[in-house]
Design a protein around this ligand. Structure first.
Ligand SMILES: *Cc1c(COP(=O)(O)O)cnc(C)c1O
Length: 290
C-alpha cells in the first residue's frame, strides 16, 4: 500500500514523500522478512528438507518471522540463539516456541564461529540434515525475494529509502530499480560502512545464482550511517520523541530498532537540504511492529 504523507516539513522543503507499507502484508511474517524467506522456503522444500535452521539474537525479527513462516509452510524450524537461555522467555522467543520452533542456545564465542564447518557439523550431528538460512536471512535467494518488494509503479521516484540490518533488503531494491533511482540505506547498526562490502557480496551472489550479468551497483545506493543512535537496538529520547510525534501525525506505527531510525534520519536529511526541492521519495516501511 502506497501512502502519501503531508506535513509542514515536507511542505516547507517541497519534498514529496510516499511510504510503501509492507509492514501490513502479514500479521506475523511482517514486512521484508516475508520476501527474504519466500524463495528460501521454496528451495528448502525443493531440496526435500524437513528442517530449516537459522541463527539470531534473542530479539531477532528474523527468528520470529522464520518460526511463523515455518509453521505456515509446514516445515520444522530450528532457531540457534546467541547467548544463554533466560526464562521466562521474552515475547519474541515465546512466540517462536509457540509456532513450534526448536530453540538451541549457543555461547557467544561459538556463535561467532557459526559459519565454520566445525560448528555446522556439530549442529548436523545434533539435528540431522537441514536447510541453512544465515543470520538475518540474507543470501542470494533473499535478495531475489526483495527484488519483488516494489511493484512496477507508474510514479517515478527519485529516491527510495530503506532501513538496513544485513543489507539484504537494500540489495534487492538495488537489483530491482532502474539505475536512475537512488537507494538510500539507513543502517541500524554502528559502523555501517562495512555494509558496502556485504551488499556488494550479496549482489554478486544474487547475479551469480541466477546467471545474470553483474551490473555495476556501487553508484546506485548510499549508506547513511549517522542515525544508528549508538548501535543496534539502542535508543535515545529524541528518537522516541520523534517516533511518537510521527506516529500521531501520520498514523503509521514505527519502532526504534529499524524504521524509527530511518524516518528520523530521512526527516533530518530533508531539514539539512540533502534533497533538492521537488524530489520524490519513496520510503519503504519494512515492518518490525507486532
Ligand atoms: C530485519 C529488518 C530490517 C533489516 O533488513 P536487512 O535485509 O537485514 O537489511 C529492516 N527493517 C525491519 C523492520 C526488519 O525487521
Amino acid at each position: 500500500m502506497l501512502q502519501k504523507l503531508k506535513d509542514d516539513t515536507l511542505d516547507q522543503y517541497k519534498i514529496s514523500l510516499w511510504v510503501y507499507r509492507i509492514d501490513l502484508i502479514h500479521p506475523q511474517v511482517s514486512g521484508n522478512k516475508w520476501y527474504k524467506l519466500k524463495y528460501n522456503l521454496l528451495e528448502a522444500q525443493k531440496q526435500g528438507h524437513q528442517k530449516l535452521l537459522t541463527f539470531g539474537g534473542a530479539y531477532s525479527n528474523h527468528i520470529y518471522a522464520t518460526a511463523a513462516a515455518g509453521k505456515i509452510q509446514g516445515i520444522e524450524t530450528i532457531g540457534v540463539i546467541r547467548g544463554e537461555e533466560h526464562t521466562p522467555l521474552n515475547p519474541t522467543l515465546q512466540f517462536a516456541v509457540d509456532c513450534g520452533m526448536h530453540l538451541h542456545y549457543m555461547d557467544r564465542a561459538t556463535y561467532r564461529e557459526k559459519k565454520s564447518p566445525e560448528v555446522l557439523n556439530t549442529l548436523k550431528q545434533i539435528f540431522g540434515s537441514f536447510y541453512l538460512v544465515p543470520e538475518g536471512g540474507s543470501n542470494a535467494l533473499a535478495v531475489k525475494g526483495c527484488t519483488e518488494i516494489l511493484p512496477e509503479v507508474e510514479e517515478s521516484f527519485d529516491v527510495v529509502t530503506t532501513a538496513c540490518g544485513t543489507g539484504g533488503t537494500l540489495a534487492g531494491l538495488v537489483a530491482h530499480l532502474p539505475a536512475h533511482q537512488q537507494v538510500l540505506g539507513f543502517p541500524a547498526l554502528k559502523g555501517g560502512d562495512f555494509l558496502y562490502d556485504d551488499v556488494e557480496q550479496l549482489l554478486t551472489a544474487y547475479y551469480t545464482a541466477f546467471n545474470l550479468p553483474r551490473e555495476t551497483t556501487q553508484n546506485r545506493y548510499r549508506l547513511i550511517t549517522d542515525y544508528h543512535f549508538g548501535g543496534y537496538a539502542k535508543k535515545k529520547p529524541e528518537l522516541l520523541a520523534f517516533i511518537e510525534h510521527f506516529t500521531t501525525q501520520h498514523q503509521i506505527p514505527l519502532e526504534w530498532i529499524y524504521t524509527g531510525k530511518m524516518f528520523y534520519g530521512l526527516y533530518d536529511l530533508i531539514k539539512k537540504n540533502y534533497f533538492s526541492p521537488h524530489t520524490k521519495i519513496l520510503a519503504l516501511h519494512t515492518g518490525g511492529i507486532r
